[in-house]
Design a protein around this ligand. Sequence first.
Ligand code: NGQ
Ligand code: ZN
Length: 475
Amino acid sequence: MKSYVAESLWSPQGWTRDARIAVDAGRVVAAQGEAGERLGRYVLPGMPNLHSHAFQRAMAGLAEKQIHPAVSNALFPDREGQKAAVRDRTSQQSDSFWTWRETMYTFANRIGPDDLRAIAAQLYVEMLKAGYTHVCEFHYLHHRPDGKPYADPAAMSLALVEAARETGIGLTLLPTLYLTGGFDGRALSERQRRFGLDVDAYLSLLQQLAKMENAALRIGVALHSLRAVPERAMREVLAAGETRAMPIHIHIAEQIGEVQDCLALRNARPVEWLLDNLPVDARWCLVHATHMSAQETQRLAQSGAVAGLCPTTEANLGDGLFPLKAYFDDSGALGIGSDSHISVSPVEELRWLEYGQRLATRHRNIAVSAANRSVGETLYAAALRGGAQAAGVAIGAIEPGARADLVVLDEAAPQLAGRDEASLVDTFLFAGNANLVRHVMANGDWAVRDFRHRDEERIAARYRETVARLASQVY
Ligand code: NGQ
Ligand code: ZN
């Protein structure tokens, strides 16, 4: 057992002075005996990242040039995306989520298991250094690009497991069921072939991975979207014994085009359809619950499910704004994810979650509650709780029984001059751009000390070599 002392330990209930933190076998335990090593002035729980497609980290920044509409027609044979883009009038003349997706598919099809491991490890180092101590991987690159399984059908999943293990970040791996290319049940396009698994293959992948579960690895279910998984397959997976206690994630209502498709083919909006037809409860995480009516917003809040919000990716992809205020007023659960990894920082996700609302409403200090008038504390607390719930792991709090995941902020940073406990979390989230995360413990081990990950040089070197090769093949 190791014993630590935090001069000030933050929890959603407030600050504790001279808090003792005892860690044994990766968990926080009741403190006894001698006070231990002093950790620093400000200690917070590590943040769960509830939505990641790790491979997309390597293409961040490569889809920020306009594609001429004439070129995009020739370049993008996937008509589903084109049609949806045209229906969504805001993107008729220009790039959209759907054109980004084609670029992403080109990139995705170059990536093999070793590449994925190299990219994910670099990403996880960056996450840890930014204060994320756990990540939920929504993983759908299952097969070889031509759609044939690898010798071990779990090869790509295992690449993610290895990357998490070598960096020390906690992982909820969500192998993703992906069957169809649209709401009408069409077959996968050529570029989507490697995503496809039938229900039996999917369940055996889950079974194989579930045997590996440990304190740092949880397995859960992901249904890619209503577009990609027919209702019957959803029901089969949810009825299978092996999924019964697992977290369940789904992409739900990110784009107007998919809301329109869902209305046209199912006579209901996506969140409405899901709530009407499946037993949505606290095990569920609805990623990009962006486009909801007032009624859907209220019903989702009441369901106990987590809204998985990815503000920097949602901004980057031109998705739209989540109805934060109404959802908060109904005590809805939420968490944050870095999704496409255009940004890897809980500070930036939470900041933009609030800023989107300020820009749209022309008011300030939106994410507050009667119990807490600090935006920073309200958002940090909400994302800890919702992120832990979506991950299906005892994280997000520094208390006996929880996994020992924590961050120590740099109390000497000029940004924190003249600040104290009352203004600390607001300053952390809203002031400046220097990273204040100095030390990071994940699963009881120090992954980051003095701003450096214990293995960052080796992991970055491997990443550079990998991405130089991949990017030169694509662009
Ligand atoms: C994904 N990403 O699965 O990587 C998706 C794009 C899709 C986001 N939705 C593909 N941000 O939704 O079909
Ligand atoms: Zn996603």
